[in-house]
Design a protein around this ligand. Structure first.
Ligand SMILES: [Zn+2]
Length: 314
């Protein structure tokens, strides 16, 4: 339903694409304004996650230029975010070795509107970047009971349609108001597909992405945080902007975390208009996704996933 009315890219201006992209994103992600696509369980979840991490090899082979850049990134993060955040960037190369690389188990989807088999056919490393699911996620579970966003977000409507647990290596999707009133199978499937893409983004952020050195993680986080502050940056005014915390540095941290997940959702759902209309944000996601899988093509992924959804819609 999102493809039919798209004009050819070469005849369109950037602003037109941006307008089309934002309309697409808003239409699909009703729950960005209604329910919120949450969450990470807050700082405490990160602490639990990283407490599992053993001390590891130091990054001892940096050049002088790398060290200067590292210092700048650390100073920037300490200025803009709660100082506790920096402790979450523990060196953790050792634990990566211990992760399994089996596809996740899918549980509970027989109770969802999209059925038991579609999720595992959609959300795997055939359709997603290599190294972005199997080694980050042991389980994807559907629950019919309501999920609540993290209290630290102080959302007025704290219903969540998805949640990522780092420490449990788990993603949960939930029955929520985001699919209420929808009868078209494809629309429902797109909604879950988008929620998964958002949660996948959390799994592959500067804490979750498993193939990066600590120095790269700090660069990744600082880069996304700086991009978040760019005037005219997209996807800051909906769900992200509703996050509220009396500690403004903590609020900024949560907003950047959620903004990244929103960008990854856009990248996986509407890559063409996202790229043409919002090249800065597209390239930011594309750069870090390509570190996982240099050959990944989000447009191809959308086409493959659309064909699978169409098959199940029959
Ligand atoms: Zn989120």
């Amino acid at each position: 339903m999102f493809k039919e009315n798209q004009p050819r890219f070469e005849t369109q201006e950037k602003d037109t694409y941006k307008t089309m992209f934002l309309a697409q994103f808003k239409q699909l992600a009703r729950d960005v304004t209604i329910a919120g696509l949450i969450a990470i369980g807050g700082i405490s979840a990160y602490e639990n996650y990283f407490s599992q991490v053993s001390k590891s090899k130091a990054s001892s082979e940096l050049s002088a230029a790398d060290l200067i850049e590292l210092k700048q990134n650390v100073e920037y993060i300490l200025d803009e975010h709660p100082k506790e955040v920096i402790s979450l960037f523990e060196l953790r190369e050792d634990i990566i070795e211990e992760r399994n690389s089996e596809p996740p188990a899918f549980k509970g989807f027989e109770d969802s509107e999209i059925g038991k088999d579609l999720p595992q056919e959609l959300w795997n490393e055939v359709n997603y970047p290599k190294n972005s699911i199997d080694r980050t996620t042991d389980e994807v579970e559907f629950v019919t009971t309501g999920l609540k966003a993290d209290e630290s977000y102080n959302l007025q409507n704290d219903e969540a349609s998805g949640m990522t647990f780092y420490e449990k290596s788990k993603i949960i999707l939930a029955k929520s108001s985001s699919t209420e009133g929808l009868s078209d199978f494809k629309e429902i499937a797109d909604t879950y597909d988008a929620t998964f893409a958002h949660e996948w983004g959390h799994k592959n952020d500067w804490f979750g992405q498993e193939n990066l050195s600590t120095v790269e993680r700090l660069e990744f986080f600082a880069e996304v945080s700086r991009a978040f502050d760019r005037e005219g940056a997209v996807l800051k005014n909906g769900y992200v902007n509703r996050i509220n915390n009396p500690d403004k540095k903590l609020e900024k941290f949560y907003k950047v975390v959620e903004w990244w997940a929103e960008l990854t959702q856009a990248y996986m759902m509407f890559p063409e208009n996202f790229e043409k209309g919002c090249p800065e944000e597209f390239q930011l996601v594309d750069k870090w996704v390509k570190k996982l899988d240099p050959n990944f093509d989000p447009v191809e992924s959308v086409a493959k996933r659309a064909a699978i959804k169409a098959k199940y819609a029959k």
